[in-house]
Design a protein around this ligand. Structure first.
Ligand SMILES: *[C@@H]1O[C@H](CO)[C@@H](O)[C@H](O)[C@H]1NC(C)=O
Ligand SMILES: *[C@@H]1O[C@H](CO)[C@@H](O)[C@H](O)[C@H]1NC(C)=O
Length: 518
């Protein structure tokens, strides 16, 4: 740790202790849930303006250390005042859901306001988006206040292979607020860091393979990776429309479910939302927040490869924690079906499914489509982005981290013939692997969900199948770094996953706020 970051750490710690002992008013914003905040609004203990001011102050103090936020919205206070006026006037919808609640968005989610949308890259700084992303339209309709943009692994970790998780050119290295020297994981690193450290009430991340589940795990927050198409990807800087999905990252299951309720549904700018709309239950998802949601649920455990921990002391501790959680799940009424196998799971998890190749082939056309629809932009194609990174290598740390995935995607699209035919074959293989894999396993054993460590290769099973998953805080390793438990299921199984996740959270309550250990 450099003297500089040590100083920041000490400052952060002092400020934090100050906040813990804050005496003004009975209400504490730290760790407050949406329900807590709405109640405090209602009882005139809190205004949205005070809430936004609290987060802005905290971002100013802690973000130099944590780097979870790239930009704050210069209009956040103005928007908070508007929410307060609406609440006072009792306008319809002004005392429910996300009304007056500040949210941070991963920096690949477009907003048509003063905020930039850059995927953490200088190449997109100054680009002008045509409109709010589909999920942002829905958030604003639900009354949420866009507080700012969260940092991420640059380009959602699809620029290169060599960069550390949570690094982007524009804001540098995001830090894990529990153990500063540990990875925050990515690519939705800033979303995880920020809600974990109470820099915002709630946040959005996005996932192609692991990018919500992994940082949720490492930052002790709840992440929902929805079925692909349940939430609109319009206006989200893409990797591949076949796997990309936008979801909430919050401190509790209920907060995540409230955000999910706000962002799901049809968007004419994303065709996949039409098909997936059929999964949305009448009355939304909050009805599945049952404290006894685990009763009668059948949960499958696939030990190999998901629980293949090492034999060192740290790994043994994690393994024991999961065994303990299995007992808790049983005690709460779930039926665990152990030692199951997913057919061809190695093909899916060790990269032989062709997932990487498919994404490389799909990335360039998807990105170019996004860049073309911008009102103004320094770059208009993947080739432009590659050239930008070469030219401004200091700015973008190209020298250190390179851009090998960009280059491979560009190379393949130019030099490989019959791209469409190859993709067709790969995608049909993913369908076959998913049908014979997770789908068969779940149907044959009448499972409600699979349960696995959130950072295991289960993310690839969920990714190629376009399946949903929820990560819930499950423990802390011997160094104090958090880890999560993931409940995954078939397309549209969010209601069951929410019941299970909420039941688990209610029974365990593992999450605690970070302590910024060096
Ligand atoms: C967006 O980027 C521009 C530079 O192009 C900068 O001047 C502006 O402050 C940024 N917006 C915010 C909200 O930080
Ligand atoms: C392959 O594509 C690249 C552009 O990415 C081009 O520079 C190169 O000449 C091509 N190579 C071959 C063998 O066609």
């Amino acid at each position: 740790m450099s003297t500089n970051s040590l100083l920041l750490f000490v400052l952060a710690f002092l400020h934090l202790s100050g906040l813990y002992t804050k005496t003004s008013g009975a209400f504490s914003i730290e760790e407050a849930t949406i329900d807590d905040l709405q109640l405090a609004f209602k009882q005139n203990q809190l205004t949205s303006r005070q809430l936004v001011a609290f987060y802005l102050k905290r971002i100013r103090r802690l973000n130099p250390l944590l780097k979870g936020v790239i930009e704050v919205n210069p209009d956040a206070i103005f928007l908070a005042d508007k929410a307060d006026r609406e609440r006072k006037a009792n306008t319809p919808g002004s005392s429910v859901g996300l009304h007056g609640i500040p949210i941070l968005l991963k920096d690949n989610i477009a907003t048509k306001d003063k905020l930039n949308t850059t995927a953490g890259s200088y190449a997109l700084l100054g680009s002008v988006v045509p409109r709010d992303a589909g999920v942002v339209v829905k958030l604003r309709k639900a009354g949420a206040i866009i507080l700012g943009k969260a940092s991420l692994s640059e380009w959602a970790n699809f620029r290169t292979n060599g960069a550390p998780s949570g690094f982007c050119g524009r804001s540098g290295q995001g830090k894990n607020p529990y153990v500063l020297s540990a990875t925050p994981c990515g690519s939705s690193s800033g979303s995880g860091i920020s809600v974990a450290a109470n820099l915002a009430a709630v946040s959005l991340g996005s996932e192609t393979d692991g990018s919500i589940l992994c940082p949720s795990s490492y930052n002790s927050v709840v992440g929902i990776k929805p079925t692909v198409g349940l939430t609109s990807r319009a206006g989200v800087i893409p990797i591949t429309p076949r796997q990309d999905t936008v979801g909430p990252m919050c401190r509790t299951v209920s907060d995540a479910v409230y955000v999910l309720d706000a962002i799901v549904g049809f968007d004419s700018n994303d065709v996949a939302t039409r098909e997936a709309s059929k999964y949305i239950p009448h009355g939304g998802y909050r009805q599945f927040l049952h404290p006894l949601g685990l009763k009668g649920k059948r949960l499958g455990i696939v030990r190999d490869p998901f629980y293949n921990f090492g034999n060192d002391k740290g790994s043994v501790l994690i393994k024991q924690t999961f065994e303990h959680h299995f007992q808790t799940l049983r005690r709460e009424g779930a039926v665990l079906i152990d030692n199951l196998q997913i057919s061809d799971v190695d093909t899916i998890t060790n990269g032989q499914s062709g997932e990487s190749l498919a994404i490389l082939l799909e990335f360039k056309p998807a990105l170019n489509k996004y860049l073309k629809q911008l009102v103004a932009s320094p770059v208009r194609s993947l080739a432009d982005v590659i050239a930008f990174n070469k030219k401004f290598s200091k700015l973008e740390k190209t020298k250190e981290y390179g851009q090998v995935l960009f280059e491979q995607s560009e190379f393949l699209s130019r030099n490989v013939s019959k791209v469409d035919a190859i993709l067709k074959k790969l995608v049909s293989n993913f369908k076959k692997l998913s049908k014979n894999g997770l789908e068969k396993l779940i149907k044959k054993n009448k499972l409600d969900a699979l349960v696995a460590p959130s950072t295991s290769a289960v993310t690839s099973v969920l990714a190629i199948g376009q399946y949903p998953g929820i990560s819930v805080p499950a423990g802390y390793n011997s160094e104090g770094v958090p880890f999560g438990i993931c409940f995954g299921g078939l397309k549209g199984s969010e209601p069951k996953l929410i019941e299970i996740a909420y039941g688990f959270e209610t029974a365990t309550k593992v999450r605690k706020p970070p302590t910024f250990k060096p």
